[in-house]
Design a protein around this ligand. Structure first.
Ligand SMILES: [Zn+2]
Length: 89
């Protein structure tokens, strides 16, 4: 059954590449522009898009930290909304 092993080897396309829009500040889908290694953000249309492996992009842009910060902000907003709702007098 050596042939089956070959099939698995073929599956290896290298690390997955993701795209990070510096304007949206998040991982986005992109449109490829022409022949060059140029991509535009599907969300906002900017060409201000970086790409790399999940590992490199996460490391470079510190996405995890940003995600944590966002969660914190959301929590704050929630709490702020609660307290302002209470002043109905
Ligand atoms: Zn964008």
């Amino acid at each position: 059954m050596t042939e089956e092993v070959k099939v698995e080897e073929k599956k290896e396309n290298g690390p997955a590449i993701i795209f990070y829009c510096k304007d949206c500040e998040e991982i986005v889908d992109t449109n490829k522009l022409g022949k060059k290694y140029l991509y535009s953000c599907k969300k906002c249309g900017t060409k201000n898009v970086a790409f790399g492996t999940v590992k490199s992009v996460n490391g470079f842009f510190r996405l995890e930290e940003k995600a944590k910060q966002k969660a914190k902000e959301a929590q704050r907003m929630k709490e702020a909304g609660k307290s302002s709702q209470g002043q109905s007098a």
